[in-house]
Design a protein around this ligand. Structure first.
Ligand code: PMP
Length: 450
């Protein structure tokens, strides 16, 4: 079993907990057991939130630099009112004519290119990817799936079997090939730009995917889909070099398969440049999956697809999802779109993300452990190295930085297969003064980068 990056290790015990926190942790362990990891060596007990802040019962104010669920802010009043209003009307399953699901479907589809013209609703990113893979299988008649080296796509039986980040404690699918991309997409100094990754690197990436397709053909599986997180969140955050995903899309189409863009992390304006990650890459995605931020904490997910793919699926089997598209989730999701649009959060994510990344790069420029920073909008990855000249990734140093920031009430986490990258991904309503606080606290722990 591979432990989740930055999870509390029950065999070591928790540091500095109050008696109340220790009691709650013990009750959690007794009931939820080892299936429910909790973040940080010193777990955080929160009782309420507002904007990008989470608060403990005693009023301690944590700056949330990690939460991509509460995309329009914790306890967002507009979302809260929409949900409360809907709960006073009706909330049942989805086999009646209801306005809410159709209203939202129209709004959501308007954010996509014309070819992506239909949507099915789910309750989570995992369910979305599961449905997408089944659709790809019926449409192509093939089973083979290709993902990146440390991909995470969710928890259903099918989706976990194509998520190498779980490790191999349970066998991965025999029809899976995982293609490493981080070695190409991280330049030696940990940064990269569009030009550097052009031509040769793009060709090398495509060649690796083509080799994977050949392997699946030879094994008799054929190629049903390439499934790609559009910001490569668990591979170390690899947002910068746009365009290569478009090349992989062309290659998978030639091999008879589809491109499934997993937008659970990269969607809903997170990257600043575009509303959807696959559009940054100019990729011709056939199916797009989403979840997490879509309802700002109210569970909901979706699969957007080219209609011919859905028609083939419906001719083979059927899809009904009791809660997917329920009116309360749809009102929450609509309120999230209202907030992103009216507060111009896409532009804000781009501007503030650029500012934070530039300031961090400046702050850490000469720090020996600083291996480079990559970002798109408010999604930031920072590589942490050993303090010598070897440029070896150092997950222990990364863990110490995450813990030190937590102790200074700033919540971030880690990424990459070995946990050696820091991951920052705050709610999109993160403010300039939130950014100042983050930068001040990073400066305060700068010796840990030395
Ligand atoms: N895809 C990606 C890229 C994810 O990061 C996640 C969740 N971390 C999922 C899918 C699964 O989403 P959920 O936890 O809502 O099922």
């Amino acid at each position: 079993m591979k432990r989740m990056v930055n999870s509390f290790d029950p065999t070591k015990g928790a540091a500095d907990l109050t008696p109340d926190e220790a009691a709650l942790l013990a009750r959690r362990q007794r009931t939820l057991g080892s299936l429910a990891p909790v973040f940080y060596e010193h777990p955080v007990h929160i009782v309420r939130g507002e904007g990008a802040h989470l608060f403990a019962a005693d009023g301690t104010d944590y700056l949330d630099c990690y939460n991509n669920v509460a995309v329009v802010g914790h306890a967002n009043p507009h979302v809260r009112e929409a949900v409360a209003d809907q709960l006073t009307r009706q909330d049942t399953h989805t086999r009646y004519l209801q306005d809410e699901v159709v209203d939202y479907a129209e709004r959501l589809l308007a954010t996509f290119p014309d070819k992506l013209d239909h949507v099915a609703f789910t309750n989570s990113g995992s369910e979305s990817n599961d449905l997408a893979l089944r659709m790809a299988r019926t449409f192509t008649g093939h089973r083979g799936v290709v993902v990146t080296g440390n991909a995470y796509h969710g928890i259903t039986s099918l989706v976990s079997s194509v998520s190498p980040s779980f490790g191999t404690g349970l066998p991965l699918a025999p029809f899976l090939v995982a293609v490493p991309v981080d070695d190409i997409l991280k330049k030696p100094d940990g940064t990269f730009d569009d030009h550097a990754v052009a031509a040769a690197a793009r060709a090398e990436l495509v060649a690796r995917f083509e080799a994977a397709f050949a392997k699946l053909h030879d094994a008799g599986y054929g190629v049903s889909a390439v499934l790609l997180d559009q910001i490569f969140s668990s591979d170390g955050v690899l947002p910068g070099a746009t365009g290569w995903v478009a090349d992989v899309a062309d290659a998978v189409h030639q091999a008879g398969g589809l491109l499934i863009a997993d937008e659970v992390q990269s969607g809903f304006a997170r990257t600043g440049e575009r509303f959807w990650g696959f559009r940054r890459h100019r990729a011709d995605a056939d199916i797009v999956t989403m979840g997490k931020p879509m309802g700002n904490g109210i569970p909901t997910g979706a699969v957007v697809y080219k209609h011919e793919i859905g028609d083939t699926f419906a001719a083979c089997t059927r899809y009904f999802n009791t809660f997917g598209g329920n009116p309360v989730s749809m009102r929450a999701a609509s309120a999230v779109l209202d907030e992103i649009e009216s507060r111009e959060l896409q532009r804000h994510a781009r501007e503030l993300g650029d500012h934070i990344a530039a300031e961090i790069a400046r702050l850490l420029a000469d720090a020996p452990r600083f291996g480079g920073i990559r970002h798109a909008g408010l999604f930031i990855g920072i590589d942490i190295l050993a303090a010598d000249d070897s440029r070896t990734p150092d997950p222990y140093a990364a863990a110490r930085i995450i813990a030190a920031l937590r102790d200074r009430r700033v919540l971030i986490s880690g990424s990459a297969a070995d946990g050696s990258s820091l991951k920052l991904r705050p709610p999109l309503v993160f403010t300039r003064s939130d950014a100042d606080r983050l930068l001040t606290e990073l400066a305060a722990i700068a010796p840990l980068f030395g």
